[in-house]
Ligand binder design. Sequence first.
Ligand code: ADP
Ligand code: MG
Length: 243
Amino acid sequence: MTTVLSVTGLHKVFGTQPVLRGVSLDVAEHEVVALIGASGSGKSTLLRCINLLEPVDDGTIRLDGEDITDPRVNPDKVRQRIGIVFQAFNLFPHMSVLDNVTLAPRRVHRRPAAEARAKAMALLERVGLADKAGAFPDRLSGGQQQRVAIVRALVNGPRLLLLDEVTSALDPELVGEVLTLIRDLKADGVTMVLATHEMGFARQVADRVCFLDGGVLVEQGPPEQVFGDPREPRTRQFLQRII
Ligand code: ADP
Ligand code: MG
């Protein structure tokens, strides 16, 4: 089993507030890990640290064995290997769908435009949005925009995909199409860490569920165990409150 991501003893402090307190987490190739926990428990901060959008205060993050928290590491190079999608769609409004998707490969990777375009079109085809390639984001539904954002995060062929509450900003009737896409990506073997409020979805799609509380990874295990028979009283309380 190949370990893609290995987080060890991660600490993050904002001002005087400890937000991650010794989080350790390994993710295997093709594995889907769901982060659950109350608002403010540190899920987004953990994802942002993994993508080097936040400096860490202690601990290490390894991607394919390489310590990416080493100050000699170029964060832009790391981010080419880790895709991230946020809650709000973050597409550039003044660019077509295709330009949004091909921006990174063209600018960062210096790939020829034709190659980037072919890859992007293949992915848009795959998610049923090829006919929207020339459209601007405001012509798309929220669910379509979020699927484009996911395509954009995949276009570099990342080793790891991070998804932060990607359905939270969507109207309920649009959530399904995004969850279906995530399920398809899992079937394709994409390694993912996703923060979610959708417990039913976490239960169905995740290989492993991690419960964060106050910046501590309190409990992790297969969904049947964490949801069906939580070991920790704090996990039990959280699940009782929300289900
Ligand atoms: P979650 O995603 O689980 O809701 P977050 O990681 O967003 O949790 O937040 C964890 C804690 O860190 C919260 O108390 C939040 O207010 C705080 N926090 C997050 N980002 C910042 C920031 N840039 N500056 C200061 N505090 C922050
Ligand atoms: Mg969050």
